[in-house]
Design a protein around this ligand. Structure first.
Ligand code: ATP
Length: 605
């Protein structure tokens, strides 16, 4: 029979049958002890392999039934023998043929021989009353698994109807219960005068098989693309905390960044989903994208009032402005002149583009960034549809984007990664309008261009980030990223978090890593001998971290995470430097070899 077929594809049928047996037998078992014994016995691996082995050797013999009607033949034989003089053998044979288990065995034999596995339905009655609702009797065997359906009282008719059938749950798998079905009886108890909670109570108390009497819904099921859509959650969700969810027990909790498989979008407010790769087939309720967006949009002003600020040296401002940029010569001067050192030095300089401080002396804002870029009220982070992506060997590497608060160690980590494999990793060369110095070469430390050309490029959106310092522009162009990628290298870029969304295209496929500071106690311990490179005193010397710097770093990280956390693919805490570096390295290695989820929208960008 199909359920017992022994081919590899049919093995699951055998195991499913064995797993279902204890539940089927439950009504006939008196004690819990016996039931536990049955569960254990049918779950026993050695029993599975024994049956499997037997079936296999039996199958090899390819037995063919000799006749198709053994049961009828046995009946005829018994009838004939009744009329014969009874000796002891005949008596014994008659006794055997009348035993229910022998009758059942012969009947099963005939079913298999005739290949007639479908149940025989009674003939359709002739006297059907057209007015009468057709009623369906359903018998489901209750096991430890919840039924996976919810019910509600129809406000207009007062009828108890199935409100939701959870995809992959017991009710859904049975294929017998559908949304809109009207429940009339449970285990023979009429439910039309009962509240949904009372019916749940009846179900909870039932043991073994449960019989439902229902009037099937007339609504036609529309074919859907269920189970084929995957989304990345951009917020944390706990159904227990959600006052709006119709049934907390049916909710699915998730964390920001989790990948969910959407199983049903039939309901515009509550979708059904499960965690990607979860072996449990039963889906849970999650708020739909539209519903969550509406809720979040109402709450949004609260979240947005606090702009991202990164300096403690001045009072916080409404807009994010550029930090004081020190002469780049100070960085170049530290280098030994090799290519990689030059790159690291300029990378250090570029880092300053993402900072937001004012020039201490002039108090002039040096970084042009639109306020709207800071908080994008239109983008309420809920879910993002994603698709699996694995880099092919002939494809360009994904852009490695590092984000983090001032002084957290972005430069240090980037530098370590660069020197770990200079052939594999690369950084962009920034543009500047300042005059080239004698020791500098165009295209190495900087790409030197005229102020006019720089402004034209700004107009034409050629820069990902740019700023002005001492009447000179500095910026990171999109083409400079392309040129690193064209060399078949992983381009490492650190930017302000609000810039990330401009990089999210199929061309760059950015993988965004947020470098997060550890606790303040660990900062005090680990940064004893460290210096803030981007903050120098009036003589231009780098300064050790102050307690204020640590507090600012932690606060800034919190704001970044709350405003932009949905854009981060990975968070690495830079506590112990070696450990953080190793984690970063492993992350990049995996990025190149393993399958990751990327937004579907990139495919259309
Ligand atoms: N995990 C760590 N343990 C100890 N010191 C660290 C660690 N990470 C970074 N540092 C040190 O902290 C200082 C600041 O690091 P780095 O310049 O890389 O920070 P940044 O995030 O690039 O900030 P900035 O924009 O100020 O340059 C450096 O002296 C660096 O060596």
């Amino acid at each position: 029979m199909p359920a017992l077929s022994t081919g590899s594809a049919g093995d699951s049928g055998l195991y499913e049958l064995l797993a279902a047996l204890p539940a089927q037998l439950q009504p006939h078992v008196d004690s819990q002890e016996d039931l536990t014994f049955l569960w254990d016995m049918f779950g026993e691996k050695s029993l599975h392999s024994l049956i499997h082995e037997k079936l296999h050797s039996y199958e090899k013999q390819s037995p063919v039934p000799i006749l198709h009607g053994a049961a009828a033949l046995a009946d005829d034989l018994a009838e004939e023998l009744q009329n014969k003089p009874l000796n002891s053998e005949i008596r014994e044979l008659l006794k055997l043929l009348s035993k229910p288990n022998v009758k059942a065995l012969l009947s099963v034999h005939d079913t298999v021989a005739q290949k007639n596995y479908d149940p025989v339905l009674p003939a359709m009655p002739d006297d059907i009353d057209d007015e009468e609702d057709s009623v369906k009797i359903i018998r489901l065997v209750k096991n430890r698994e919840p039924l996976g359906a919810t019910i509600k009282k129809d406000e207009q008719t007062g009828a108890i109807v199935v409100a939701r059938v959870m995809r992959g749950g017991a009710a859904h798998r049975s294929g017998l219960i559908h949304v809109g079905d009207e429940l009339r009886e449970v285990n023979g108890i009429p439910v039309d005068d009962k509240r949904p909670e009372e019916i749940i109570q009846i179900l909870a108390q039932s043991q073994g098989a449960i019989t439902f009497k229902i009037i099937p819904s007339v609504k036609e099921e529309t074919p859907s693309k269920e189970g084929k859509m995957f989304i990345r959650a951009l917020f944390d969700y706990d159904p227990k905390e959600d006052k709006a969810i119709p049934c907390k027990e049916a909710g699915l909790s998730f964390r920001r960044g989790d990948i969910l498989q959407v199983m049903s979008q039939d309901d515009a407010t509550w979708w059904q989903a499960k965690h990607e790769g979860d072996a449990n087939p039963r889906a849970g309720l999650i708020p739909s994208k539209h519903f969550q967006e509406r809720r979040l949009a109402l709450r949004r002003p609260e979240i947005l009032v606090q702009p991202l600020k990164v300096s403690n040296r001045k009072s916080y401002e409404e807009t994010v402005e550029c930090e004081e940029i020190k002469e780049d010569a100070e960085y170049a001067g530290n280098n030994s002149g090799t290519y990689i050192d030059a790159v690291c030095a300029t990378a250090g300089f570029r880092r300053s583009f993402r900072l937001s401080r004012k020039d201490k002396k002039t108090n002039k804002s040096m970084y042009e960034c639109k306020k709207s870029d800071q908080y994008d009220t239109a983008d309420v982070p809920t879910y993002e549809e994603v698709t699996p992506y694995r880099r092919q060997t002939n494809e360009k590497y994904r852009l490695g984007v590092l984000v983090g608060p001032v002084g957290v160690g972005l430069n240090e980590l980037k530098r370590k990664l660069l020197i770990s494999d200079t052939q594999h990793y690369g950084v962009t060369v920034p543009h500047t309008t300042r005059a080239r110095r004698s020791q500098e070469s165009d295209g190495v430390e900087y790409i030197f261009i005229s102020k006019h050309l720089f402004e034209t490029d700004v107009q034409n959106n050629k820069f990902i980030e740019y700023g002005e310092y001492k009447n000179n522009y500095y910026g990171t162009s999109i083409d400079s990223i392309r040129s690193v990628l064209a060399k078949n290298k992983v381009c490492l870029l650190d930017v302000q978090p609000h810039t990330v969304k401009h990089l999210r295209t199929l061309e760059f496929k950015p993988y965004v890593i947020f470098i997060k500071p550890p606790s303040i106690e660990r900062l005090r311990e680990t940064r004893k001998n460290a210096k803030i490179i981007s903050s120098r005193d009036d003589q231009g010397a780098v300064k050790p971290f102050t307690e204020e710097d640590f507090q600012e770093m932690i606060k800034s990280a919190q704001i970044m995470e709350s405003q932009y956390g949905h854009l981060f693919d990975k968070i690495i805490i830079n506590d112990d430097l070696t450990e953080a570096f190793n984690e970063l390295k492993t992350t990049f290695d995996k990025l190149e070899t393993e399958t990751h989820w990327i937004p579907v929208s990139w495919l259309h960008s």
